[in-house]
Structure formats: C-alpha cells, structure tokens
Write a protein that binds this ligand. Structure first.
Ligand SMILES: Cc1cc2nc3c(=O)[nH]c(=O)nc-3n(C[C@H](O)[C@H](O)[C@H](O)COP(=O)(O)OP(=O)(O)OC[C@H]3O[C@@H](n4cnc5c(N)ncnc54)[C@H](O)[C@@H]3O)c2cc1C
Length: 308
C-alpha cells in the first residue's frame, strides 16, 4: 500500500481543515502528501453539530459530514492518510522526521497543522471523571446525557454552541459563566435565551467536579456572594477555550506567549521547509475557512520550497 511508504514530499501533521486543505493542494501540485492524524479526520470541525459559515455551503451541514468531505476531497486528489499519533518531530533544515505509533516517516517538507485542544478546567475531579461525565464535546458525547441534567462551563461561541446542542437532548442545561453576559454571537445568545430548559448561572466559577464512579454534580463559587454552592448534574461540559497543540515543536520553532507558532500569512516558520497552518498559527481568526486557506497557502509555499 502506498501509505506504507516512509518517504514523502510533504508530511502533514494533523487532519483537520488545515491539514486536508494542505493535502488537497499539495497532491494536486503533484507532490506526494501524507496526512498523519491521531483521532478522527476533520479535526475540531467534526465536533460541530452544524456548520453554516463555510463558503460554498448553502444549507447547514453537520460537522462530521464536512470533515468527511474534506478528507475525501484530498484523498481523491491523491493524498493519503495514516491514522496514528505523531509522538515526536525532528525538524532540521535538511531532514524532517516524524515518529509515530505506526513507525517513522520522513518528509522533504512538513506542514504542521495539529490544531488546538480543549482547555481544561483544572479543578479537582476533572481528570478522574473524564469520560465518566466530564466532556469537552457535546456533539460527540451529548447523546449519552439524553433526558438528564448537565452543566456547561464557558461564555464564548463554543460554550453557547455546546449548550444549544445539549438543550435539544437534555432535561436541563446549566450554563455557568464567570461574567454576567455571554461573549457569543447574538444569534446563539438569542437561541439560548429562548430555550426553556437552559438556566444561566452568571458570575460563577467551577471549584470541583463531584462524583466517584461518575459525575454527580459540580461545586462552584458564586462570585457575587463569595459563597460555595453545589449543583446536581450528570455531566459537565467544559467550553472555556482551546490551547494550541504545539508541544511537539518546543525548542524547535518560535512560539508566541500563547504557545501559537509564529508564522506570517505565508505560513513559513523560522525553519526552511516547515510550515504552520490553521489554528496552531498566531492569527486573528480561527475558523474552518481560515484553517483550510492556511493549508492551501502552506502547500503552495511547500511546493515552491521543494522545487527550488
Ligand atoms: C464545537 C466546535 C464547533 C465549531 N464550529 C465552527 C463553525 O461552525 N465554523 C467554523 O468555521 N469553525 C468552527 N469551529 C472551529 C474550527 O473547527 C477550527 O477553527 C478548525 O477545525 C481548525 O482547523 P485546524 O485544521 O487548524 O485544526 P483542528 O481542526 O484542531 O485539527 C487538527 C488535527 O490534528 C490532529 N493532531 C493533533 N496532534 C496530533 C498529533 N500529535 N499527531 C497526529 N495528529 C494530531 C488532531 O487530532 C486534529 O484532528 C468549531 C470548533 C469547535 C470545537
């Protein structure tokens, strides 16, 4: 199988919109392109219940369907995918090597598109009850909480989207936010306000996830009164932002203070032949469309680098 080959023109770390955008353009340019993806092709967009703002889509599409189309489009052009986790990257001017659970791969160029992961609440009980009621993805896990009570923590677009998804499945959704209003888009805020089973708990902060075998509740601080309170619930969904998945790059590429790769609109990094695309890159708007666009740009400059 072609996936078994070990040497590629372009190794692409991460199979989200950026990775498959890069793979599509690299393959169409006649380069051999391998996407290394640790979980589900499509990245974060696969978690979106519906996507309505990806250009070219004139009707809401599920995140998982868009993710699948991104993969299929790139593979139809000739790119390949290996489902494996990159455990180490060695990036030098001459050699770029990815160590994975499926062995070692080398690339003449690397497009780093590992995206971002959910920020942890970092409260007691969170790690122990992860997967037993603590979740970071309503589209993935919401169905397990059908007819039950859940808490969502956060106040931005992700939190609003998670709470809306859950409001259609769960008996009651508590939305905890440390401020007294959401930062989410107005359309999402209005939809939440209209949902009869959503209760807003303003000016609150989680203290601990409660439960032994599974989540039974959430202890939180009422910041207005300075009091500790408890909420009975079966699930806790954290939606307090994302952190870039750039640990593999530590000491090899320049990262900004938030841990994002310092690369400009060309996606070039400080190391020749290494490009950073999508949510990992320091940039003002992190969306599927900007990630896919980054991927196309990265493939363009990778091609230029390789043909030089
Ligand atoms: C719930 C939710 C809803 C959203 N809704 C929308 C929306 O409606 N519209 C929109 O435009 N955007 C939306 N977004 C944002 C959008 O999904 C992201 O901006 C986009 O997916 C970023 O693409 P990316 O390819 O840069 O990174 P990601 O999508 O994060 O993909 C990175 C991939 O890299 C993989 N990876 C990471 N580390 C490794 C490793 N070591 N080895 C192998 N693989 C690795 C990950 O598994 C992942 O699949 C949403 C995000 C979320 C979480």
């Amino acid at each position: 199988m072609e996936q078994d080959r070990r040497e590629w023109d372009v190794l692409i770390v991460g199979g989200g919109p950026a990775g498959y955008g890069a793979a599509l353009y690299a393959a169409r340019a006649g380069l051999t392109a391998l996407v290394l993806e640790s979980t589900v092709p499509g990245g974060q967009i696969a978690q979106a219940e519906t996507v309505e703002n990806y250009p070219g889509i004139d009707t809401a599409v599920s995140g998982i369907a868009l993710a699948e189309r991104l993969r299929r489009g790139a593979e139809r052009a000739g790119a390949k995918t290996v489902l494996t986790t990159v455990t180490a990257l060695e990036l030098t001017e001459t050699l770029k090597t990815a160590e994975t659970r499926a062995g070692t791969f080398t690339g003449r160029a690397v497009i780093y598109a590992a995206g971002a992961a959910a920020r942890r609440l970092e409260v007691p009980g969170e790690e122990a009850l992860r997967g037993r009621g603590v979740s970071y993805c309503a589209a993935c896990d919401g169905a397990f909480f059908r007819g039950r009570d859940v808490a969502v923590v956060g106040g931005g677009n992700s939190a609003a989207s998670e709470a809306l998804t859950l409001s259609r499945l769960c008996r009651r959704v508590y939305l905890l936010h440390r401020r007294d209003r959401l930062r989410a888009e107005q359309s999402a805020v209005r939809a939440l306000e209209q949902a009869k089973n959503v209760t807003f708990l303003w000016n609150t902060q989680p203290e601990a996830v409660l439960g032994k075998e599974a989540v039974t509740g959430l202890r939180y601080t009422d910041l207005t009164r300075g009091q500790s309170r408890e909420l009975r619930c079966d699930g806790v969904f954290a939606a307090i932002g994302r952190v870039p998945s750039t640990a593999l790059l530590a000491g090899q590429l320049t990262l900004d203070e938030g841990g994002y790769v310092a690369a400009d609109e060309t996606t070039r990094t400080g190391l020749p032949g290494v490009f950073a695309a999508g949510d990992v890159r320091a940039k003002p708007l992190r969306q599927a469309v900007t990630a896919a666009a980054d991927g196309a740009v990265a493939a363009h400059f990778a091609q230029e680098y390789l043909r030089r």
